[in-house]
Structures are given as C-alpha cells and as structure tokens.
Ligand binder design. Structure first.
Ligand code: BGC
Length: 477
C-alpha cells in the first residue's frame, strides 16, 4: 500500500463531513510517569511491570513520557496539530490511591489543569475513567474477579464527575474490558498476570457492571458531556470452512466481541455454540438487575479497531497479537496468519477494509440499539529508531491512517456499505510514542517521536500529514 493509494490530503479532507471529530488518544499509565508523585497510589500495572520478564527489555513505566511534568508541551503539540479533541484517561490510583476511601485532591488538580488548558487551546476533552490501572489494593483483593471492584469504581467515577462534569465533553467509562479480561486475567501477559483461561470470565461481567455503575453515577451527577464506552472489536473469520474452525471462530467472536457489545447494547449475554457451553459457565453470578444496569442507553459507542483475526481449531503457537503466552498453547484454537496483508511492528495485519465490514456488522447485529459511533482508537507501531535528528519518514503510518479513515468514511457515506451508521469521529492512537504495556518502549505508535533518554519530542511525517489534513479541511467551503 502506498500513500498514493490513499488519495491526497485534499481529497480526504473534502470527504470529512462537517462536525466529524479528528482526535488523538492516550492513556494515563502509558504517558504520565511520576508514579509516586503527589500522593498517587500504586496500580496493578506498577507491580506487574516489576516482575522479571514481564516487560520487553525490562523497560520501566516510572518515567514513560514524563507527561505529568510536560503536559503543557504536549498540549502545545496538539494545538499546533489542530486536532478537535483529545482522549486521555484519568488515573484511578492518582485520584483515589487505595481504590477506596479518601480522594486525593492533588490528583484531581492535575486533571483539572489539563482540562482547562485543553479547553483554552480549543481542544475538546474526552475523558476515559478506566484505562487498565486498577489500584493495587483492589487488585490484591481479587481485582476485577471481585464484584466489589465495580462498586468501588462507581465511587471514584462519582468523584471525577463531581469535579469535571461541567467541562468534559465526552466520557468513556472503560477502555477495552476485553483486553483486561483476556490479557490480564486469562493469559497473564498483562497485569495482573493471572492465567485463569476460561475461568477469567467473571472479570468480564464485573467490568461490565463497573461500566453500568459508572454510567449511573455520571447521569446522577448530571454531567454535561455525552457518555459512552470504548470496546475493542476484532472482526473474526474462520481459517477454513470446516466445522471445527467455524465453531472456534464463533466462540472467539463471543470472547473478543459479543460478550461486551451484546451485554451493553442488547442487555443479554450471547449464547455460546453448544459444544463450548462449559467454557462460558464462569461468566459469574449475575444478579437480578445487572444486565439492566449494564445496558443503560448510551450517547455514543466507542470502537477501537486495530486488526481482524482468522481462527483455526487446534492449539497453536504460544503467540497472541501482543506477546508470548504459554497459556495460549492450552486453548483448543489458534490465530492463523494473514499472508495477504502487510504487517505492523507488532505483526498485526494492516487490513482497513475490515473496519468498513466491522461498521456494517455492528449495525446488522445491533440495529437501532447502536448509538452514534466514534472510532476511539486506531493506529500502528512500526520499527523506528530510539534517537532521531529530524522527522521520522513514517509513510507506512500515513498510509495506515489515510486508508483506515478513508474506508470508514466511504463505508458510512452515501451509498456506503454502512451508510446507516452515524460515525462521528476518529481518534488516532496515539500522540506520543509511549509505554506500550508488556512491549515496553519497543513498539512506537506515536505521531510524535519520543527519545526516552532525553524526553525530546520530534514530530514525525505523520504528524505533519494530520496537520495538513486538519488545515485542508478548515479551508473547505
Ligand atoms: C489499547 C492501548 C494500546 C493500543 C496498542 C489498545 O488496545 O487501548 O492502550 O496502547 O491498543 O496496543
């Protein structure tokens, strides 16, 4: 795929509908550093990152992008970029260090200043309440395997709503509960490093409950902003037409996509294919009213799209898209390679047409229950040097972004395959190269290069491309 295939910046700008939001997204733990500053408590990720072998090259998140001390510089980069909106996450252990009990005013103050500066820069704040940094004390008590964590989460959300409810334009309750369940509790490649395989599913139900309780807390607080959730969706397809492959594909669709989206949008859990029923038994104790809480109406639905997966029956290599997982060789399916696509630094297939198919599938599955959609994350890592003396020539990232945005706009535009989906925006993952979870600093997703020794920020070509897109758009009649 070349940049030419994606069309010119002017062509793409002309296809951006009025009011369509272009933004960048980030997460507190991946950029802030300052993990012990101003009363922040530890999170499960702080502890996980200290385990030998947990993070590639033994990289540490303690400084990350030092955003906690450099927020002004980073907002200036966004202002120059011209984005309409910034999606960031509030750190629960910064705001409520033990996950319960007293609220840390200094933690709230940091985000208070951030929000005010964004607004002053003309950038609309989208705040995510949970992007994986569960307070460590709660993790010790079982984390999301424990129903109580959902109750605790709602209390912290109410404090955030109380302080920021007058200024945040969009609230995202949770980021990708599926990643926490699968990578954190099932396969153990992310915090808290548990390896419960199918017994991890209570973590799914409790996060969904946390989402529902957060929606209720935000509504009760009368926040002025819109409320939604961000779920990662991986379109699944069967590696062959065999019954075994097809059944495994259906099962993985439940595990990755439908447990979360069906519960939130339809108020029910999907029925597993009959041979796999025992796998899904541990969805946990569902109390009366839980699914009503989980499926309260939302103002928008956030889709994070990175890649599709091709599923084949039988155990496979101990690899998942974000790392090595010995547990993966114990499950009776594996992910087959997509030979036909180029891949990113993580080895993920670059498959923008699946974003269009996903948007169609969302409408087919959820119909009128699907609220307006924002793509709340999309982006790619590529091998790039740790030190640079000028803009990285990341034409691969420019193609990636242009193609994904282009397919999403075509699909949801007049005559497109998903023209009945009300797509409101696209957030690029991410502004800065950052701490990429278990991959440490080895995977660079940023529009801006970060030298992790000097903290110097150097915009890449993709940054200038997005800036040109914003500028071309503002010149449209
Ligand atoms: C997560 C981000 C992560 C990105 C790339 C998303 O699933 O929300 O935190 O950095 O993927 O791996």
């Amino acid at each position: 795929m070349t940049v030419q295939d994606s069309g010119s910046v002017e062509d793409l700008a002309a296809r951006l509908r009025p009011g369509f939001t272009l933004g960048v997204a980030s997460a507190a733990f991946q950029i802030e550093g300052s993990l012990t500053a101003d009363g922040r408590g530890p999170s499960g990720w702080d502890a996980f990152a200290e385990k030998p072998g947990a993070i590639v090259d033994g990289d540490s998140p303690t400084v990350a992008c030092d955003h906690y001390n450099r927020a002004d510089e980073d907002i200036a980069l966004m202002q120059e970029l011209g984005v309409d909106s910034y999606r960031f996450s509030l750190s629960w252990p910064r705001i409520q260090p033990g996950g319960k009990g007293s609220i840390n005013q200094r933690g709230l103050d940091f985000y208070d200043r951030l929000i005010d500066k964004l607004l002053a820069a003309g950038i609309s704040p989208m705040a995510t309440l949970f992007h994986w940094d569960t307070p460590l004390e709660l993790e010790h008590a079982g984390g999301w395997m424990n129903r109580d964590t959902a109750e605790r989460f709602a209390v912290y959300c109410a404090a955030a709503a109380d302080r920021f409810g007058d200024r945040v334009d969009h609230w995202v309750t949770m980021n990708e509960p599926v990643s926490v369940t699968v990578q954190g509790y099932s396969l153990g490649v992310h915090a808290p490093g548990r390896q419960l395989l199918f017994d991890s599913l209570p973590a799914a139900h409790h996060q969904l409950l946390g989402h529902g309780m957060a929606v209720r807390a935000l509504r009760n607080a009368g926040v002025k902003g819109q409320i939604g959730v961000s779920n990662m969706h991986c379109p699944v397809e069967s590696a062959s037409n065999s019954l075994g492959d097809r059944l495994m594909t259906q099962a993985l669709d439940l595990i990755l996509n439908r447990i979360y989206a069906d519960a939130i949008l339809l108020g029910q859990y999907p029925k597993p294919p009959w041979p796999m029923k025992p796998w899904f038994r541990s969805l946990g104790t569902i109390h009366d009213g839980d699914l009503d809480l989980i499926s309260q109406p939302l103002d928008f639905y956030g889709l994070n799209y990175y890649y599709p997966v091709k599923v084949a029956a039988g155990p496979g290599p101990a690899e998942i898209p974000t790392g090595k997982s010995p547990e993966m060789s114990e499950v009776p399916f594996h992910l087959a390679a997509y030979q036909e696509y180029e891949t990113t630094g993580f080895g993920w297939p670059v498959a923008p047409e699946y974003l269009a198919l996903l948007l169609r599938q969302m409408k087919d599955r959820y119909g009128d229950a699907l609220p307006p959609v924002y793509i709340t994350e999309g982006g790619a890592s590529f091998p790039e040097p740790p030190h640079v003396d000028g803009p990285v020539q990341d034409t691969n990232r420019i193609s990636y972004l242009a193609e994904h945005l282009g397919h999403a706009l075509t699909a949801t535009g007049p005559g497109g395959i998903a023209e009945d989906v009300d797509l409101r925006g696209y957030y690029v993952w991410t502004l800065l190269d950052n701490f990429e979870w278990a991959a440490g600093y080895s995977q660079r997703f940023g529009l801006v290069h970060v030298d992790f020794h000097t903290q110097e920020r150097t915009p890449k070509e993709s940054y200038y491309w997005l800036r040109a897109l914003e500028r071309a758009r503002s010149q449209e009649p």
